[in-house]
Ligand binder design. Structure first.
Ligand code: MD5
Ligand code: FE
Length: 227
């Protein structure tokens, strides 16, 4: 069950099985309390971001926008990206190709969504009051046409209202609800779109996440990138 929302932007609905989501929650909590774990970042202007962040593989700093081996404020080295996460990303891109080729039968789906070997995963945790304003992700590598390699986003926990569009204007943005287990892949012409999270729907997470993994209210988002 999936759809191409616009060229190069694929949403795989309820793609991650619940038992897999439980494992993701457990891994993120374990890594999140250790060195390089969750913290609340600030923007360059000093305002606090309305989420908790942890990087895997490498650090990405929201203030300097630099990729680096160590986190500047505490010198910690981010944990590795778990192999099970890599497998999931690889599988999702492969399955997204099936939808891309239906959408654009004359194109090679591998050119729209090249397989990535992610060297960073940014894990964001939003409480029910969390949000993220419209922005572009422009710090990753690009292909010869100036487009980035695809970004793969996994959603776990409470549902979120996701906005995306061609401009920074919220009123022009389209809305889609991201639910627990959804995978969103951005590549091709959609790679540089503006996107953000406008709200989190309280109490919308699968009950099994709380019962089996002790998941707290909120939403986990994992974005895999290669730079
Ligand atoms: C989130 N994360 O749910 C959001 C949206 C981020 C970020 O925006 O930069 O971590 S996940 C969808 C997304 C992620 C990365 C890139 C693009 C969309 N995109 O290029 O459009 O925590
Ligand atoms: Fe982003």
């Amino acid at each position: 069950l999936g759809q191409v929302l616009r060229p190069g932007m694929v949403l795989l609905k309820k793609y991650i099985a619940l038992r897999e989501q439980v494992k993701i929650v457990k891994i993120c909590r374990e890594l999140g309390v250790g060195p390089g774990g969750f913290y609340q970042p600030s923007f360059p202007d000093g305002a606090r971001m309305r989420l908790q962040m942890m990087c895997l593989g490498m650090n990405w700093d929201p203030i300097t926008r630099a990729y680096e081996e160590k986190r500047p404020f505490d010198g910690s080295r981010p944990p590795d990206i778990p192999y099970s996460f890599r497998q999931l990303v690889e599988r999702a891109i492969g399955d997204a190709h099936e939808l891309v080729v239906e959408d654009m039968p004359l194109k090679n789906p591998r050119h729209i969504l090249p397989t990535i070997s992610p060297n960073i995963c940014i894990v964001n945790f939003y409480t029910t009051s969390g949000r993220l304003g419209l922005h572009q992700d422009r710090d990753e590598s690009r292909d010869s046409l100036g487009r980035g390699l695809p970004v793969v986003s996994l959603s776990v926990g409470d549902s979120a209202e996701f906005l995306y569009g061609d401009t920074r204007d919220v009123d022009e943005a389209k809305t889609v609800v991201l639910e627990s287990g959804d995978v969103l892949i951005f590549g091709g012409n959609s790679r540089m779109i503006y996107h953000g999270i406008s709200s989190i729907y309280a109490n919308s997470a699968p009950k099994a996440l709380q019962d089996e993994a002790g998941f707290r209210p909120g939403r986990l988002n994992l974005t895999f990138r290669q730079f």
